[in-house]
Design a binder for this molecule. Structure first.
Ligand code: ASP
Length: 307
C-alpha cells in the first residue's frame, strides 16, 4: 500500500482506504508502546506544521512518526518567523531546505494545503492534518477503524448518525466520504438548519430534523463540536437551547440500539453537544478513537514513505 500524499479521503480508491484500515488494525498493538518498527523510517524527517491549535492530531502524529523511527522536527508555528510576516509557503520551503521529507499540515485556510504541496519539491510528502472546514482524512480513517472494531467490516447494515455543526466540520466531511466509500447502509444527519451545508456534502444522507428521531435505532452516533471559532454571529441561539435540541444525553442514548457506540472527535464542549455522563459512559468510545489515531497515523506514514 503506497500513496505519496494524503490530502483527502476522496482521493483514495476503496481498496486503498480498506488497506490503510487493515494496516492500522495490525499496528494497533504496537501503536501504544513497544513498537518494534523503529527501523521503518530511520533517516526520514517528519515535521508537523500546525497553523491551527491541536492536542490529539499533532501529538499522535509525533508519536506515530517516532514509533516508526523517523526524526521528528517539532516546529512551533506560534513562536516562528510567521510572527514577523513570513508566509506559510516560505516557512515550509525553509524547513524543506533543512531536510524535511514529510510535512503533516494543519491550516485554517481551505485549499492552502494544495498550494503548499504545489510549492514543494516533487518528492516531499504531504499529509493533511485538517484544513479549514474541508478535510481531516486521518480523523475519518480513525473513526472508521473504531466503527469496524465494534461493528465489523460490513457497514451495509449500519445506521450512522452524524449530529451537530456539520457546516464547519472537516471531521464530518471526511467521515461522510469514508462512510459512503465503505457502503454504509444509512447515514442520518441532524442539526440546526443554520449549521447544515448546502454544497453537496449531504448528498446520499437522510436529513432528520428532530434529534430523537435521528437517534431511534442508531448503531453509531458521531457527535460534532460546535465550532464557535469558525462561526458568524447568530448561527445558533443560546447554548442551553442548543443542548436541549441537539445535545446528547442519556435519555437520547436510550433511543439508539442497545449496543450503539457514541463517538466524538474532541475537543468536547461538555454540556453543549454532549452530557458528561454520556461522554464518560459505557457506550462512549471517545478515548478508543484517540488510541486508534496513533495506529492510523503510523499506517499513513508508512504508506507515504512506501511511495
Ligand atoms: N479536532 C477536530 C478538528 O480539528 C474536531 C474539532 O476541532 O471539533 O477538526
Amino acid at each position: 500500500m503506497s500513496l505519496q500524499h494524503l490530502l483527502s479521503i476522496a482521493d483514495l480508491e476503496p481498496g486503498q482506504l480498506r488497506a490503510l484500515l487493515d494496516r492500522a488494525q495490525e499496528l494497533r498493538p504496537l501503536a501504544l508502546g513497544g513498537s518494534t518498527l523503529r527501523a521503518t523510517l530511520q533517516g526520514k524527517t517528519v515535521c508537523p506544521l500546525f497553523f491551527e491549535a491541536s492536542t490529539r492530531t499533532r501529538s499522535s502524529f509525533m508519536l506515530a512518526a517516532s514509533r516508526l523511527g523517523a526524526d521528528v522536527l517539532p516546529f512551533d508555528v506560534a513562536n516562528s518567523s510567521g510572527k514577523k510576516g513570513e508566509t506559510a509557503i516560505d516557512t515550509m520551503r525553509t524547513l524543506e531546505a533543512m531536510g524535511v521529507d514529510c510535512f503533516v499540515i494543519r491550516t485554517a485556510i481551505d485549499g492552502e494545503l494544495r498550494a503548499l504541496r504545489d510549492a514543494a519539491k516533487p518528492e516531499t510528502r504531504f499529509i493533511n492534518a485538517g484544513d479549514g472546514r474541508s478535510n481531516h482524512p486521518t480523523q475519518g480513517l480513525l473513526d472508521m477503524l473504531t466503527i469496524r472494531q465494534h461493528k465489523g467490516t460490513d457497514f451495509s447494515c449500519l445506521k450512522v448518525v452524524i449530529a451537530g455543526d456539520i457546516l464547519h466540520s472537516r471531521v464530518a466531511r471526511s467521515g461522510l466520504q469514508a462512510l459512503k466509500i465503505l457502503g454504509c447502509g444509512e447515514i442520518r444527519v441532524c442539526g440546526p438548519d443554520s449549521l447544515m451545508p448546502d454544497d453537496g456534502t449531504l448528498e446520499g444522507c437522510k436529513r432528520v430534523s428532530r434529534f430523537d428521531d435521528a437517534m431511534a435505532g442508531a448503531d453509531v452516533v458521531m457527535m460534532l463540536r460546535l465550532q464557535r471559532e469558525r462561526m458568524e454571529q447568530g448561527l445558533v441561539g443560546s447554548l442551553e437551547s442548543y443542548f436541549a435540541d441537539y445535545g446528547l444525553d442519556t435519555r437520547r442514548v436510550a433511543l439508539a440500539a442497545p449496543d450503539a457506540i457514541i463517538m466524538h472527535p474532541g475537543p468536547m464542549n461538555r454540556g453543549v453537544e454532549i452530557a458528561d455522563d454520556v461522554a464518560d459512559g459505557q457506550q462512549s468510545v471517545i478515548f478508543e478513537q484517540v488510541s486508534n489515531g496513533v495506529a492510523v497515523r503510523m499506517a499513513v506514514l508508512q504508506a507515504v514513505f512506501a511511495a
